[in-house]
Design a protein. Sequence first.
Length: 654
Amino acid sequence: MWLRVMRKGAAYLCPGMLLLAVAAMLSGDLPYREAAEPYPGSGTAVAYVVLSGVTWAAGALVLGGIVIVAVSSCPDRWGLLSASTYLVQRTVVASAALWFVGSVVTVPMSVAASSGVPVVKLIRPGIVFEVLPAVEEAYAWIVSAVCAAVVFLVTSPWPRWNPTVLAAIPACIGLMAVPLTGNVAQGPDHDIATTLAFGVYVPLAVLIGVRSLVGLRGMVRRTDADVTADTRARRRVVMVSLLAETVCLAAGLVLVLWLLAPGALLTESVYGRCCLAGGIVLVILMIADVRELRCGGAEITRLWSVFSCVGVAALVLVAAMVRLYTAPVLPRHEFSIWDVYLGYELPDPPSVLRMIGVVRFDFFLGTASLVLAALYLWGYLHLRRRGVHWPLNKLLWWLGGCVGLLMGTSSGLATYSSAMMSVHMGNHMLLNMYASVMLVLGSPVTLALRALPAMSRRQGLTGPREWVTSLMKAGFSRVVTHPAFTFIVFVASLYVVYFTPLWGMFAKYHWWHLFITIHFTVSGYLFFWTIIGDDPGPRELPHIARLGILLGAMPFHAFFGIAMMSLDSTIAADFYDRLRFDWLADRLHDQWVGGAIAWGMSEIPILIVAIALGVQWFRSDQRAAKRLDRWEDAGKTDDLDAYNRMLHEMKSSR
């Protein structure tokens, strides 16, 4: 069956490549003239469109296969995949290899296409590497190749559920690398467009991958005897497809309106017409999914498979054309330094009202904070309806952490943090220490395990509760929650990010600010989870060790703030010196204030953590004492009697 699927995939790939080639030839040099870039020749232009389109589609196949494995597999107690999804997992491995090879080959092609030189002239020793530093898209394809290699290395050794599902993280990073160097990262409001791109391209990749795999040969068809489980798995796949289409259509609509010229219609430009065609395809696929769900999902119909194949080909073509053409708003806009580095202007100095009232909503992390709050609230209300007690203070801690995450990503605090080191340090402390501590005290894993229904392997399918349990027991979780790992990442990140050239190199890219926000929030959460987290995990530290870790981290944070205050030069001077404000005369003083904030604001959350740790320690001792009292009352003191006998024997033997 493996060879049959591969043959079907090859037969499906060839017409797609031909379709991309025809579209690129019909476009000619128009995309390059619109962008005011030199034309590299028809051969290089067509080859680049075909290679980039097929390579990105291979990455989408990887992510779609991972999603199918995640939602429709029933692994055994060792984590090995069921027979029904083993073939899907092997397809993920093969697609990752194709994704890696395609990304490597596309690097010189992107250099040639961006520099306007035929690729044959660049295939000389050292020529590509001389031009490479000036081509941002080439770096994106290198990131794509690295992520593809990571996915291949993680998934190829064993067909297990945990490594396959965790490979979705590098898969998403690799798939977003190239789109984030295109239209969404340019010009005014590129900060908002960048966050919207996550809501377009990740669901689009899931949609393309899922529908490709199902449309080729119904690879989610299960071999278990339980027909109900079989139907449920298929319904899950169709529901995932419908959810991806809905999110992609909604985010895509907002993004297209953002990238169109003011007052322009979709039909006035090739870019707009491609987006319109993509929206129509998504609507048709949504109708097909709704029809499939109404039919009961007992079997993937032939009509649904046909819609999948045709729709995927159309979406891959649309994605390639959207990346090729320039958004209409960009050529008509007179760029300023604000557009290049921030995406917005800051004519007024920061104030309390502006910190709260200036809202530039982060459609990625801001939406994530709202979703996390809604899911936790659902779990809390679900337990209340079942009569299960859940502490109100944990709900308040979690909601407070979500509010902190929302403020740190979508308020004026986030808006000014990109331009001022002082505000940035305040925002950093909010996310890394305050919001993280509150999220940890919410105990989300424990709530999920209590609120989510359990499903046994006899039912032929696992659910979200089993997914959470499996991930908590994974080797990856043992590594990232190890006290040494969390301590090093929590402490070293400050020095690596701000005292090396990294911040100056990437500060002008909004994706870098997103990455830093995610990194510091997650690293802070993992660090404080090892100290005050009461969720079940791979290991449990004694309270004295937790206190030692907390006390060990305090001097490093204080020294970082003092070191920043002592600097006589500006961090990332090339970036900050270009952003000149009438209301900010001294950048070095602003940096000094940032160091003072980093030093002073770290004391309060550490005090909160110390108090929480003391309370947990006291309650743990109380529980141990009560347990020992119950044993003594029941006469179960064998351990104590044995210990006394050992001491008596040691005394007698002297």
